[in-house]
Design a protein. Structure first.
Length: 73
């Protein structure tokens, strides 16, 4: 009976260690996920700003081409 109790106690200790290790891994993964989410959000904002800048520059090029065409008339 005592051996069975010792075996169960050892198994409990092993399971508790595994739970602690998994909890640590989960915390690390959550932290990494938050960092990646923040990076992705920053990149979305930067992409939107650059897309707007490209649109503005494209519009300016179009206006410049029209102005030059009108001057040649």
């Amino acid at each position: 009976m005592e051996k069975k109790a010792d075996d169960m106690s050892a198994e409990l200790d092993a399971v508790q260690r595994e739970v602690r290790n998994l909890s640590t891994d989960l915390f690390k993964m959550k932290t990494t996920h938050e960092e990646y989410s923040e990076t992705a959000e920053g990149l979305r904002h930067e992409n939107k700003a650059l897309s707007n800048e490209i649109k503005d520059l494209t519009d300016q090029l179009g206006e410049g081409g029209r102005s030059q065409h009108e001057m040649q008339k």
